[in-house]
Ligand binder design. Structure first.
Ligand SMILES: *Cc1c(COP(=O)(O)O)cnc(C)c1O
Length: 429
């Protein structure tokens, strides 16, 4: 298996090259050269097959030219010390909980797998690398946790001082070890600009061997397909016309589901659920793609006005709007509907949902009548990460997961830096 950029299908790179580059040099996103048919393998999985077994065998199918069977198993066992969970709400909808990892959000699956793959490749070559990343809060903690303690890898995280929540700041700054947090006197945009400039700066990029772990990395996309296949196996006996409902922002999560579908995950279809940042739902309905500035909502990890993975979606469907809209339905959920849904889930189902999960659930409920089968709705974050919204919606506090409780008592360790490349250089070189 080789990989091409969505902007140039003539040149191919290995998986290793793709993950250390992150973005392709032409600005495109990496894609597998073919969608291999794994139907016979996927059909063998049962509700007893563990998540790690599924992850390792799919990894091997995709990457056997670069990683042998033992390496695939090692990578997955190191990455996935947590699993998804499926909760049946007994009304035709099940919730696929993806928040049991170290940072309590679904991005843990992608970040952990990427970190584990990089560790594998680097230790084979006794080479070092530095992950440089900017965060407005959420992604940074998944990356920090995933790379913590990994051999031959250092991580530098830039975050805007005073502009992330206290809990997020603790998640970013308390690990220590190979994770270094730079508290930038500026906004998130400054952090992002500094990262971009650092990659273009020869001295920095060579001395530190900079590499990226951002959300468009192929190494974060591929592992997100594993939990769809795991859920498909869990639903054996009750998966006629199964629909996955995916609360979406940059659409990496949904793209991974579509890939699993193309690899032979039976007769499945999808609902693209968004908040009012509805560029993709609009495209599905009208065929017109009109990216625009994002608007702030309560489900803020999905406040995206120009979803980066749309390019991958177009690639999979050969730019055919008809093909895409055949497989994907769409739903848009407002903030007030999100809050009502959080309350309703608690009152009627005794289920604690975060705002992103609530967007997905309401979308699933609206589509349930015309799907003609069960719906698995993805839960992307633990409600304890969004206590303020949850309290506003229900008047109650959500349970805090152990992972989050643990960081609250740790000591913050960060280095304050100005908002220019030179400020950052002075600290890092
Ligand atoms: C990142 C994120 C999303 C959106 O996922 P995409 O892959 O960007 O569509 C949804 N919910 C939460 C909690 C997230 O952190």
């Amino acid at each position: 298996m080789k990989f091409y950029s969505t902007r140039n299908k003539e040149e191919f790179v290995t998986f290793k090259e793709a993950i250390f580059r992150g973005l392709a040099p032409d600005g495109g996103l990496y894609m597998p050269e073919i969608m291999p048919d794994m139907k016979s393998l996927i059909d063998l999985f049962t509700p007893e097959t563990t998540f790690n077994e599924i992850a390792a065998s799919i990894t091997e199918q995709l990457l056997s030219e670069e990683l042998d069977s033992a390496a695939c198993k090692r990578i997955c066992d190191r990455a996935f010390t947590f699993t998804p969970e499926l909760t049946d709400l007994k009304n035709g909808i099940s919730i696929l909980e993806l928040y049991h990892g170290p940072s309590c959000a679904f991005k843990d699956f992608g970040a952990s797998f990427l970190a584990s793959c990089m560790e594998e490749f680097l230790s084979n070559e006794s080479r070092e690398a530095t992950i440089l990343t900017a965060t407005s809060g959420d992604t940074g903690s998944a990356v920090a946790r995933a790379f913590y303690g990994k051999k031959n890898i250092n991580v530098v995280i830039l975050y805007p001082s005073g502009r992330v929540s206290p809990l997020q700041e603790k998640q970013l700054t308390t690990l220590g070890g190979n994770i270094r947090a730079l508290e930038v006197k500026g906004a998130f945009d400054d952090c992002q600009r500094m990262v971009k400039e650092a990659f273009l700066d020869k001295e920095m990029s060579e001395k530190l061997k900079l590499t990226s772990a951002n959300s468009i990395s192929l190494g974060r996309l591929i592992p997100q397909s594993f939990y769809y296949i795991w859920a498909w196996a869990q639903m054996k006996g009750n998966r006629e016309n199964l629909t996955f409902c995916v609360p979406s922002g940059n659409f990496g999560n949904l793209t991974a589901g579509i890939m699993a579908n193309q690899w032979g995950m039976g007769n499945t279809s999808f609902i693209a659920a968004t908040n009012i940042n509805d560029v993709v739902p609009e495209y599905i309905k009208s065929g017109t793609f009109n990216p625009r500035a994002s608007k702030l909502t309560l489900s803020n990890a999905m406040d995206v006005g120009n979803p980066s993975n749309f390019e991958r979606m177009l690639d999979i469907f050969n730019d055919s709007h008809d093909k895409m809209s055949e497989l994907l339905k769409e739903e848009v959920v407002t903030d007030s509907e999100t809050k009502k849904t959080i309350k309703k889930l608690l009152d009627e189902k005794d289920y604690e949902a975060d705002p992103h999960t609530a967007v997905g659930y309401l979308a699933a409920e609206r589509r349930l009548k015309d799907t003609n089968g069960p719906i698995v709705s993805l839960s992307t974050a633990h409600p304890g990460k969004f206590t303020e919204v949850y309290e506003e919606a229900t008047g109650k506090k959500p349970a805090l997961p152990e992972q989050l409780k643990a960081v609250l008592n740790l000591e913050k360790k960060s280095t304050i830096v100005g908002n220019t490349l030179d400020d950052m250089k002075a600290v890092l070189l």
